[in-house]
Structures are given as structure tokens and as C-alpha cells.
Design a protein around this ligand. Sequence first.
Ligand code: UDP
Ligand code: MG
Length: 309
Amino acid sequence: MKLLSAIVPCYNEEENVRDFYDEFLKNQDFFSKNDIDYELWFIDDGSKDNTVEEVKKLIKMDEKVHLLSFSRNFGKEAAIYAGLEKANGDYAVFMDADLQDPPSLLPEMFKYINEGYDSVATRRVSRKGEPPIRSFFARRFYKLMRKISKTEIVDGARDYRLMTRQVVDAILKMGEYNRFTKGIFGWVGYNTKWLEFENVERKKGETKWSFWKLFVYSLEGIISFSTAPLAIAAFIGVLFCLMAFIAIVFVIVRALLYGDPTSGWPSMVCIILLVSGVQLFCIGIVGQYLAKTYMEVKKRPIYLVKEEI
Ligand code: UDP
Ligand code: MG
């Protein structure tokens, strides 16, 4: 008998918990045929609604359901990490509570695991039902990431992923505070099979990711998995030095040839503004890395538990 740990991060998902459970159990036949036992970990990420009560109802019915409740909202990345720490299974899988990660894909995922893959990941090939601006910026982000990061980060990749114990342990070793899970998956490597599926719209409730939250998250991804911005800052510095050098030669030669009338003070103002702007921008980039380092050095816990059942 093999044990599968399903990890479900929930933040204000009271309407979805029950539906998710029902949908997940539709795999029961498949589980019993293949000698798979399951445990379900609902990680409540500091929900303000009745998510915890809904999960407790399930726990009364089914002893294989567990709850880990955070003291506040720590974010989905923290919930994923907590779930991995709790998982006892030979396999672990992450799934969103809103059924955007269809549990019906599990049998197919297991097929590839049995073929010898270490993890089976999913990506959605369409983004239908998503606001166009969001899709546009998401595409740009992945394109940029592919250019500036050595770690493979796949466009449209979801966190929906089935993996073996070995991969779980590898991810647990990455105890960093700034967690960008999509990058972490790529970083640990192992044989990964990618399954594609059409985007499924959220069943009930609303997305917890505002455009701004996604934007900040994308910066997190860039800073956690690439140091290219630092190199770009240095490059801009060199470029400006070169430009200044050429300008100096030009000014000196012109003064020698035509004398030195005091003119060009408006252009001077523009140049000072531009250069100081670029300087602040570059210091800002360095500052971002420094800030991340600062948070990392503090070694604060990734999450705090309020209740565990
Ligand atoms: N989630 C979480 N903490 C958060 C935000 C989201 O645990 O701070 C969970 C949420 O309950 C859901 C999953 O992460 O199960 C994905 O969130 P959502 O559906 O809002 O994101 P989207 O699918 O729109 O990207
Ligand atoms: Mg969703």
C-alpha cells in the first residue's frame, strides 16, 4: 500500500472545501485498484471565513482528512511548504481548493510516476476566462524569466504537481524565506513529465490574487531566481561612463576650436536629472536584493501554526 498526501492550500475557501473533497474522492476507485491510500491536508492560510469549520466537518466524517491552520495569512507559498512538512506520503500532490486543478487528472499523473518519472507537473495551455491584461503580463513575465534565469520556469505552469518522496525531501531542504515555488520546482530538477490541460475557471468565490499581488510576486520570482538585474545595473553604469567620456572629449575639442561661451544649462539640467534617475534606479535594484537578503538572514519561521488536527 502506498500513501498519497494531497496538500490543499485554502484561503477563504468555505464554499469550495466540500466540493473539492467530493471531487477528489471520485478517484476512490482508482485508488483502491492501485493500492493507494490517501491523506488530505487542508492548509488554512489564516482564512477569515468558515473554511476551518468546513474542514472540521470533513474531519468528523473522514479520519484521513487533516487540518493545519495558520495564525494569519502567510501566503500560498508558505502553505505549500507547511503541507510538505506534514505530508507522510510516498507521494505528494498540491491542489488548489477552487478545483482549478482538476483531481480527475490524478490517474493519468500516476501513470507517468509508475513509468519512472519523479514528478508530474501540469501547465494550462489556454488562459481563457482570465483578464487579457493579466495574461499579457504573465506571458511577458515568463518570457523575461526564460531569458534571465538559468532555472527553467514554464509558462502557464500550475502548482498542481504530483511527486515522489525524493522530490518532496529535496524541496523541504530549500528552507528559504522568500519562496517562489515555481522556481524551486525547476531548481531541484529530477525527471519531470509535463501534462497539458485547458484552463478551468474557478468554481466558486473569487481569486485571491490581485494584479498588484501578482506583480509583487513576479518581482519575487525574478529576484529569487536571477541576479541579472544586478548585472544590468552595473552595465548601465559602464554605459553612462562611456557616454560621459565621449561627451567630455566632445566638449573639450569644441571649446578649443570655437572658444567657450557659457551655454547649454537647460541640457545640463536634463542630463543631471537623467543620470541621477538612473543612479537611484540602480540603487533600487541593489536595495531589492539587500531587502531579500535581510529577510533571509533574520531566519523567521515560514509560517506559524494555530491549530493542527
Ligand atoms: N491561497 C492561499 N493563500 C493566499 C492566496 C491563495 O492559500 O494568500 C490558495 C487559495 O485558497 C487557492 C490557491 O491558493 O486554493 C490558489 O488561489 P487562487 O485560486 O485565488 O489563485 P488563481 O487560481 O486565481 O491564480
Ligand atoms: Mg484559482
